[in-house]
Design a protein. Sequence first.
Length: 196
Amino acid sequence: MPLKRLFDVAVSASALLLLSPLFAALVLAIAIDSGRPVFFTQERVGRHFRRFRLWKFRTMTAGAAGPPITIRGDRRITRAGRFLRAGKLDELPQLWNVLRGEMSLVGPRPELPGYVEMFRERYASVLELRPGMTDIASIRYRDEERALAAAADPLAEYAERVLPDKIALADQYARTRSFIGDLAILLRTLWAIAAR
């Protein structure tokens, strides 16, 4: 088993076990705040363009319709959801995706199928890799919801400026990736979350 995959399995399995009390508390908080379901799944595009179900804790009103991206102040976000998003706690269930081999701890963030089709040629090299829970783009765009809220047209801003930049960062990662580099990204991600 390659070192990166071995690391992913060891860390995700350990984290799921160690964080199980936190998971239980978050499940209870979500259920009390806005009922069921407590988890949210969404189809994303993974390695070699294979689609998979990405897991998150639900942070929006169940069944709420709206645009595929969220901006700061989105009325669909629940009270518990605001807390979860502030500390990126809603992303923790993706440890299950990592354990299953659909994702890695570090790698280009998995995107919605519609956006991947818009840039399919550019995604060809990016999707040679497993998508990740975090990457350089996650750090650079940690306040993405705030930035999009300031745009006149958030959907256009995301499709025309933010997403192409994320793909460029993913290309850069694909060319220069290393195990030590992955560890540095993980540490930078934890620092960025703690500094919020």
